[in-house]
Design a protein around this ligand. Structure first.
Ligand code: 1PR
Length: 523
């Protein structure tokens, strides 16, 4: 039996699913006594350091945790569960951590995108039983803006490079903690979980030891989900957002089955977009929650869900906050939520008033679950103009002239799945969302969606030059070279595709094989 510390923030279901998939039973900690009597304790953390310590203090878990750690019984901390072991964090000045390891948690002070999101490798500093069966060249999933800085190196188990070398896991006897998420790191991550659970495993030292590691470019499979006219929930796909063919909704199969297939084929992440979320309310009818629950049972890579994340008043007049909707998604197995239409309305209001309300979905969700949990999905359309000063939007010079020879364009934001264009450009939207707390941009492109013409590199450059958070390029992938183009011609950290995967035109494995000697990818 594994005691499992769930302090109520973020996606812990995946960790439970990971442990259970290895044949172990989990008991969720409900009282301080459960910590004191635990034989093995797993502490996954998601969200923000300050709110985590506040909850641990409120629940009176701090002293029991300290005494559990002192006892030397097996402990596995994940992400914030590692950071909690330190004295404090720059994320929450003045808030004390558990202080088990001397040192502090610091924010990345680098020129690369922060958060550090994605698959990166490990430099092994000590042998450990959690490395039994690990080759050494595997990549593991990270998502964090802060990293631990121990006062001395004695406890350092691995480091990872992200512009600078940082500590990515520690071990002191039976106390092990990782900055990466084993439960989101595919089969390599499950091996580490397995080694932790089986205390009879012998020390392992990976065969290959790298001098430095590199963050991989991510390949993301996207599943646009909606109900058919007969009421079946299916994966569909649009042509420039039109999902109907001869009047009927295109049907590429069931969401859970397709997600499993993409996990097995090597997708680095899976995104579900409930494309009619702007008119349905996710908590009223729960199929997407069920899709997430079932998918997270055996898909061990990050899951993002979008569609309908906004404040809402139901037919009985009950008001729901976007945060409640997001919380349900996280509890059901999502790692990130993506916000589309609501982000546009939030930014419009912000630009009008010049004030942050602190109550927008972006601010509230990022405050509770961390910036990395909030993705902004943008659905822009190209609008051609004759000159840079023709509109008050951020205009770019384009190599693809307009129908009347225009050499300039701007990217108009839309809402409601592209149905309504707004007086706001995609670059400004992304910049304001970053200021409000978003951690990543999912940059679709209505003009390219479903065309197989390749990504709109000009759009990707315009947005990624304007923000410091990671950008996912989306829409238009038609072959493996298109991924190479977007990874070498722009700063995009990941690329998302749908149609070519659904139609089995280019499997994910072929994309990665094509990229493998040219661009860092997870194989
Ligand atoms: O506005 O917060 O409720 O969220 C709704 C979400 O649904 C948004 O993220 C929006 O992008 C998405 N959405 C709404 N309508 C559609 C549609 O297609 N009719 N899909 C839609 C967005 C774009 C990508 C697609 C890529 C890659 N689809 O999801 O997967 O373009 O496609 P490709 O590789 O085949 O070219 P809210």
């Amino acid at each position: 039996m594994i005691a499992f510390l769930d302090y109520g923030a973020g996606n812990v279901r995946s960790v439970i699913n990971g442990i259970e998939s290895l044949g172990e039973k989990v008991k969720v900690v409900e009282t301080a006594e459960d910590i004191l009597s635990a034989e093995r304790l797993v502490f996954p953390g998601v969200g923000a350091f300050g709110s985590m310590m506040q909850i641990l203090n409120e629940k009176k878990y701090v002293e029991p945790l300290k005494s559990y750690l002192q006892s030397g019984r097996p402990f596995l901390g994940i992400c914030l569960g590692l950071q909690a072991l330190f004295e404090g964090s720059e994320e929450a000045p003045g808030v004390k951590g558990l202080g088990f390891i001397p040192g502090m948690v610091r924010r990345f002070d680098i020129n690369l995108s922060v958060p550090h999101i994605g698959w990166n490798g490990l430099n092994f500093k000590q042998p450990s039983r959690i490395f039994a069966g690990v080759r050494g060249d595997e990549k593991f999933y990270f998502v964090h803006s802060y990293h631990v800085v121990p006062t001395d190196d004695g406890a350092v188990l691995t480091t990872t490079n992200y512009e600078r070398e940082f500590v990515s896991s520690i071990q002191i006897g039976n106390i092990i903690a990782t900055q990466f998420h084993p439960e989101k790191s595919g089969s390599a991550g499950l091996q580490i979980l397995k080694n932790f659970l089986d205390t009879s495993v012998e020390q392992g030292r990976p065969v290959r030891d790298s001098k430095s590691t590199r963050l991989a470019k991510r390949i993301i499979a996207c599943l646009d989900v909606r109900a058919t006219d007969q009421g079946d929930l299916v994966v569909t796909k649009g042509d420039q957002y039109d999902v109907r063919e001869k009047g009927a909704v295109r049907n590429f199969g069931k969401p859970v089955e397709l997600a499993r297939r993409y996990y097995q084929e090597g997708a680095d992440e899976i995104t579900f977009l409930n494309i009619t979320g702007f008119r349905d309310f996710p908590l009223e009818d729960m199929p997407m929650l069920e899709v997430l629950r079932q998918t997270s049972e055996n898909v061990f890579v990050p899951l993002t869900i979008g569609g309908g994340i906004r404040d809402y008043i139901d037919k009985k007049g009950r008001e729901y906050r976007a945060l409640e909707v997001a919380s349900e998604y996280f509890r059901s197995g999502a790692d990130k939520v993506s916000i589309g239409s609501d982000a546009v309305l939030i930014v419009e209001e912000y630009l009008q008033t010049g004030r942050k309300t602190g109550r927008s979905s972006i601010e509230e969700i990022s405050r509770v679950y961390g910036n990395q949990a909030v993705v902004i999905s943008i659905d822009p359309k190209r609008v051609y103009v004759q000159s840079t000063d023709a509109v008050r939007h951020q205009v770019i010079e384009t190599a693809i002239p307009g129908p009347n020879g225009e050499r300039y364009c701007w990217y108009q934001c839309t809402i409601k799945g592209g149905r309504e264009g707004r007086d706001l450009d995609a670059v400004t939207l992304a910049q304001v969302c970053e200021q409000l707390g978003a951690g990543e941009i999912l940059l679709n492109c209505i003009d390219r969606d479903g065309t197989n013409l390749g990504f709109d590199l000009e759009l990707v450059n315009a947005v990624s030059d304007g923000v410091s958070i990671p950008v996912i390029a989306s829409s238009g992938a038609g072959n493996a070279e298109h991924f190479y183009e977007v990874f070498t011609g722009t700063e995009a950290e990941s690329a998302l595709a749908a149609g070519i995967f659904h139609r089995r035109e280019v499997p994910i494995g072929d994309v990665k094989n094509y990229l493998k000697d040219k661009v860092e990818v997870r194989l």
